[in-house]
Design a protein. Structure first.
Lengths: 170, 337
């Protein structure tokens, strides 16, 4: 019972802060709401006894990616006067793109379990580091290695882009 | 159980704050000693009450919020800095089991099986306090400080993480208790001197301590990210720095210097062992704090491009090579070749 109450509170808080990301007028505040959203998602992982996933979510999303987001926003120093106004066309395009993504998500989530049920199974070992490692390095090894190759390609690409610009200046 | 943990949490809170307060005194005395001065000596014998006087001074100063500052974020900033500095201590094993009132008391608030990752998670969010505070001040020097802090912390987190992974490889666990227990015979520093050096340098950078204190570099940026702060908000920022210094000294002692282990441990048992273990751990923490302060008053500050070069072009490749060699040796020992 108490688990259900906690899950309802967590879920509504997550939804509220996720909504605030979109509704907040100020870009820096939006990013801070996004950080809060990631923290609440971390809390949900902990509720499901997935400690490793929880901490990795905290380090990678809340810790690294959001800091870079905030970094860029602070450098740009966006405020209301200089914020570019979206034209009607791009507003319509954004509406259609967002709407279709929403539709896809709804259909994908239609068949999944309700969160409250998986909370009850909080003795599951699947999110702990040992089980996760075993799975990643046996059943999903191909996908895992392919992802790492993709990451290396992205890293090399980023370095190449940075280098080329530097050489033009020289 | 709950009462036991609550008492431990409150005790840890008080110890961290007390240690941070007296570290300010120690730092001033040490600086005076290195620069051949006397240092604070007015408040109490040897100036021992100086931190209390400083604290009272901080509280009584005018609390000022700039007119164009983002008020809420300006207030939240120091709070985040202090919060993240304090919560790391939850996973630190402070000593062997204590036997009191007929039951074993584990001197660790939470023995989670990913302790070291938790530490890195908290470190990675620690930068928000500085970033938010620096941005919300609406001052270009504060903003520069905040931007420097974030880029510096992101750069040095990588090398720090990679050098900590070598320790995880050695002990085969992410839990800090297991890492400490695995060092009862030989400390990790014997196997991993390079990783320790990298970790130590990165810890200095993450703490914003000299020679990496560019976010609050007073010769260029007035006061850096806390230029606009006054009163206890400034006090919280300074306090958070000393608290995280205390906690990261503890982490270094755990990862590389055996935590509460000490030579000749097998001759003791029970509560004597626990108390000696805590004392050994405290001594190690104190020595680390001393070295960090010693470095501050000896080595001049880096330039920002030098800092980035050191982080990305020296420490990161070195830590990766170290990781590779460690992995190969462990694989060889397990009979892979």
């Amino acid at each position: 019972m108490s688990l259900q109450i906690i899950s309802i509170i967590l879920g509504s808080l997550t939804l509220a802060s996720a909504l605030m990301v979109v509704l907040s007028k100020h870009p820096v505040r939006s990013v801070i709401y996004l950080v809060i959203t990631f923290f609440l998602i971390t809390a949900m992982y902990i509720m499901m006894n997935a400690q490793f996933l929880a901490v990795v979510n905290m380090i990678v999303y809340a810790g690294a990616i959001m800091v870079l987001f905030l970094f860029v926003l602070m450098l740009l120093n966006l405020n209301k006067e200089v914020e570019p106004m979206a034209t009607r066309g791009s507003q319509l395009a954004a509406f259609i793109a967002g709407g279709s993504l929403f539709l896809v998500l709804i259909t994908a989530l239609k068949d999944t379990l309700i969160l409250g049920q998986s909370y009850r199974d909080n003795h599951s070992q699947i999110g702990l580091v040992k089980e996760l490692g075993n799975l990643l390095f046996s059943k999903y090894i191909v996908a895992f290695e392919l992802t790492s190759i993709l990451f290396i390609a992205a890293m090399v690409g980023a370095i190449l882009l940075a280098k080329r610009e530097n050489q033009i200046i020289e | 159980m709950l009462i036991e943990k609550s008492i431990l949490v409150i005790l840890l809170f008080l110890v961290s704050l007390g240690a941070a307060a007296y570290m300010t005194y120690f730092e001033r005395k040490l600086a005076a000693w290195i620069q051949d001065r006397v240092g604070p000596d007015r408040a109490g014998p040897f100036g021992i009450l100086q931190p209390i006087a400083d604290g009272v001074k901080m509280f009584l100063k005018e609390d000022f919020i700039p007119a164009k500052a983002d008020k809420w974020l300006f207030i939240i900033g120091p709070g985040i800095a202090m919060f993240t500095a304090l919560i790391t201590s939850a996973v630190i094993p402070w000593g062997p089991k204590l036997h009191l009132f007929g039951r074993d008391i584990v001197l660790q608030v939470a023995d989670i099986n990913i302790g070291i990752l938790y530490v890195f998670g908290v470190i990675s969010i620690g930068v928000y306090g500085i970033m938010i505070g620096g941005w919300a001040s609406n001052n270009k020097y504060s903003l520069y400080g905040a931007i420097r802090a974030s880029s510096q912390m992101i750069s040095y987190e990588l090398a720090m993480g990679v050098s900590a992974i070598t320790i995880v490889l050695l002990s085969g666990s992410l839990s800090l208790t297991t890492i400490v227990e695995g060092q009862s015979d030989v400390w990790n520093i014997v196997y991993q001197p390079v990783a320790f050096l990298i970790f130590f340098i990165c810890a200095l950078a993450e703490l914003n301590r000299a020679p990496f204190d560019l976010p609050e570099c007073e010769s260029e940026l007035v006061g850096g990210y806390h230029t606009e702060y006054s009163s206890m908000k400034l006090g919280l920022y300074l306090f958070a720095e000393y608290t995280s210094m205390f906690v990261s000294s503890a982490i270094m002692a755990i990862l590389f210097f055996g935590g509460y282990n000490f030579p000749g441990m097998s001759h003791f048992s029970g509560n004597t062992l626990a108390i000696l273990g805590i004392a050994a751990f405290a001594t190690k923490i104190f020595l680390f704090i001393f070295v960090i302060m010693w470095i501050r008053w000896t080595i001049p500050r880096f330039r920002f491009d030098q800092l980035m070069h050191l982080g990305w072009k020296s420490l990161l490749p070195l830590s990766l090579i170290n990781l590779l060699v460690t992995g190969l040796v462990i694989a060889y020992k397990n009979g892979w070749f």
